[in-house]
Design a binder for this molecule. Structure first.
Ligand code: ZN
Length: 463
């Protein structure tokens, strides 16, 4: 049995880990490397995975850093099966073409420059059509229902509690009592999150490949999101200001809507309209509605009472671009939830450009902002930022709520694996910046866990 790490090794993006066993090869995830544009582009394009001999992809969830390089894999000759939960298949069918669209836009911009310099144009990493070409390879699977990828290899998907459809993947080689068990954590979610069921508690295994995004960190204290959110909403109403919330379309937006819904239901939501303004967010929310099999009991109870977890009287979904622009001229108070989550593109940019210069307005950051992004500059309270190439003085208040994370923190990771502690074989720590993985390795070592490894990209292990 061999394991090779093609991505998310000592970093957080580009998840792809190849398992070779009994003459078959399966790939856990095929994510996009993200970061500095040129470097990421080269790494994504120069995919090292032997695509044409690969039998299957076991996809943990739809986030682009886990699924976003599947189109390149298919372009390189992959003709096997991509196994994923039904919700993940549906999310990928909107997210991959959206990603293709962004890649097309990306080169369009660079190619304009290159054309002026008389240089040959770049090809996009993949196009919308190439992204759509991936969809027929998907095969949907159900949580807790074992299936075979070959005669000797059985796979089970477990709840990850991370985003809709997210799974932890257990592979049992050679079945029966003597089976070797390999577990890939995907992204480990958090217990007691709204909408989704809690993560499956880890069971003993021979090989564990686990994420360590927050391997060295603890999330903000137990302060409820609502306690931080309400004063911001009230202030906006008092000042007739706008609140612009850059938000990831899948997961984060629905989580926020769920909380606003609860406030509204309890009569606590100050009188102001709420707009979700992003076509991808609107489409993703429809996918959420179609997959009650992923919901926790609380959300199912809402449905049973014929309440809509993703809607309420004061909330409007905006699909039309003219309607989106019309919000610019409408006076506050209002809440605008828009994408992209790190302010790197999308409609949130025109909302920011209009709102940023007015001290009555608030920009509310609710997600991780990577280095070099506009979102990060806002979090860092830069006095001036560039939007669409134009300088804007930041007069709006910038607030941050960190409690939305969909990733387990250090303690939550340890809690997740508590039942398997002492009965682990090899443990590979992936999907974390080096400092985070090292911190987690130290925690495990202190608890007597042996054979903990932080692999480097391209490394192969014979097991
Ligand atoms: Zn994820």
């Amino acid at each position: 049995m061999k394991l090779t790490f093609y991505g998310a090794a000592r970093t957080v993006t580009g998840s792809a880990h190849l398992l070779e066993v009994n003459g078959h090869s399966v790939l856990f995830d095929c994510g996009l490397h993200q970061g500095k544009r040129k470097e990421a582009f080269e790494r994504n394009r120069n995919l090292q995975i032997p695509a044409d001999t690969l039998d299957a992809v076991l996809l943990s969830h739809a986030h682009i850093d886990h699924s976003g390089n599947l189109p390149t894999l298919v372009k390189r000759g992959f003709r096997g099966t991509i196994y994923a939960t039904s919700a993940t298949c549906d999310l990928c069918s909107i997210m991959l073409p959206d990603s293709g669209h962004l890649h097309e836009q990306d080169v369009e911009f660079v190619n304009k420059k290159r054309a002026r310099l008389g240089k040959t144009p770049f090809e996009p990493l993949y196009t919308v059509d190439e992204a759509k070409a991936v969809i027929p390879y998907f095969q949907d699977v159900s949580y807790e229902e074992p299936f075979k990828v070959d005669e000797r290899t059985e796979v089970v998907y477990h709840d990850a509690g991370h985003i809709l459809g997210a799974a932890m993947i257990e592979v049992r080689v050679d079945g029966g009592a003597g089976a070797r068990r390999i577990v890939y954590s995907g992204d480990v979610g958090r217990a007691a999150q709204p909408i989704l069921r809690d993560p499956w508690p880890l069971s003993p295994n021979d090989v564990l490949i686990m994420e360590t995004t927050y391997g060295g960190r603890r999330h903000e204290g137990a302060q409820r999101i609502e306690e931080k959110l309400l004063p911001i909403l009230r202030k906006a109403v008092a000042q007739r200001g706008k609140i612009v919330i850059p938000s990831f379309s899948v997961g984060r937006t629905q989580h926020l809507v769920y909380i606003l819904h609860t406030l509204w239901k309890n009569g606590e939501l100050p009188p102001m309209p709420v707009y979700v303004d992003s076509p991808l967010s609107v489409n993703a929310t429809e996918v959420f509605r179609r997959h009650p099999e992923c919901y926790d009991e609380e959300t199912l109870a809402l449905l049973a009472r014929r309440e809509d977890p993703f809607g309420f009287a004061r909330l409007a979904y905006v699909r039309d671009i003219q309607e989106s622009k019309a919000l610019n001229d409408r006076p506050g108070p209002m809440v605008i939830i828009s994408a992209s989550g790190m302010c790197e593109g999308g409609r949130v940019l025109h909302h920011l450009a209009h709102a940023i210069g007015d001290a009555r307005n608030t920009i509310l950051i609710i997600g991780f902002q990577a280095e070099h992004t506009l979102g990060r500059q806002l979090v860092e309270k830069r006095p001036e930022v560039k939007i669409y190439g134009e300088r804007h003085t930041v007069r709006a208040a910038v607030e941050t709520i960190n409690a939305f994370s969909a990733h387990a923190d250090q303690q939550e990771l340890l809690d997740w694996m508590a039942g398997a502690m002492g009965r682990l074989g090899m443990v590979f720590l992936v999907h974390g910046e080096e400092t985070q993985s090292v911190a987690f390795l130290n925690e495990l070592t202190a608890r007597g866990v042996k054979n903990v490894i932080i692999p480097h990209e391209g490394q192969t292990w014979d097991l």
